[in-house]
Design a binder for this molecule. Sequence first.
Ligand code: MG
Length: 292
Amino acid sequence: MRIATYRTENRVEVGVLSEDGSSITPYDLPVERAERGVLALLEPEAALLPLRDVDRPLGFNAIELLAPIPRPRRNIICVGKNYYDHVQEIAEQGFDTTGGGGNVPGAPIVFSKFPECVIASGAPIRWDARVTTALDYEAELAVIIGREGRAIAQVDAMDHVWGYTIINDVSARDVQSNHVQWLLGKSQDGFCPMGPFAVTRDAIDLTDTPIRCWVNDELRQDGNTSLMMFDIPTLIESISAGITLYPGDIIATGTPAGVGAGFSPSRFLTADDRVRIEIPGIGTLENRVKAY
Ligand code: MG
C-alpha cells in the first residue's frame, strides 16, 4: 500500500494511492491529525481508520504533494558508510572524515538530521554558496518505525517496521569535513527531501530492491538493498540497544556508491541541477537545486 500526504483546497490530507498510482483516496481524518501525515496512521486508534469519498478519488492535478511525514517528531536517524563501494569511493577521494581509511566499520556509524530540513518531492534543495561549495546527494531507503521498542533483537526487528520511504541525504562535504561531526553538513535547511510516498512494509523486498539516482538524467547511483553491509534488523538492534524507538521514527539506511564526492574530480551539485531518486515500489523523489 502506498500512502501520500498532500495539500488540497488549503487543507492537508493523507490518502491511499490506487493500484495504478493514478489517484488518491483520503483517510477520514480531522485536519489537525492529517497535518502529521503518515504519523496519523501510526497512532494506536488508527488501526481501522476509514477512507472517505471512495467513489471520488483525487487526481494528481488536484493536489500538492507534501513529504509523507512533513515534520518528524525527532531527528532523522541516519546510517553512514553502509555500502562497501561507497566506503571505498569516499576514502579514495579523501572524503572519509571518520578516520576509517576505507575500512569497513565494525559497527554501524549513526548520525542524525534535524526534522526541520525535511522537504517534499518537487520542493527546491536550497544551496547557499556562502555555506558550501561541495553540495552532494545521497539516495537512500528510509525505514519508518511503527511499533515502540527498546533493546529490539534482530529476529524481532521487522515487527517494529511499519514501512519505507525514500530520502535524499543531502550533504555539504566541506562543512562535514570542517566541523568533523556531521550534523551541520547534513542538516542545512532543505537538506532532507523525502517521498514521494510512504509504503507499507510488504511493498519492498529487502533482498533485491534497486536504489538509483540520476543527476540531470545521468545515472550516478545504481545500488541495491541487498548490498547493505548492516541490514535493517542489525541497524534496529544496534540503534535500539539503549535508545527507545517510537512510531514515526525514521532510519535512513545509507547510500550506495556514485555520490558526487566519489568522482575524480568531484562532481558536486550546482544551481538548477535536478536530482531524481527511484526505488521501485515507492516511486520517484525529484528535487531541483535552487541557489540562494
Ligand atoms: Mg547518507
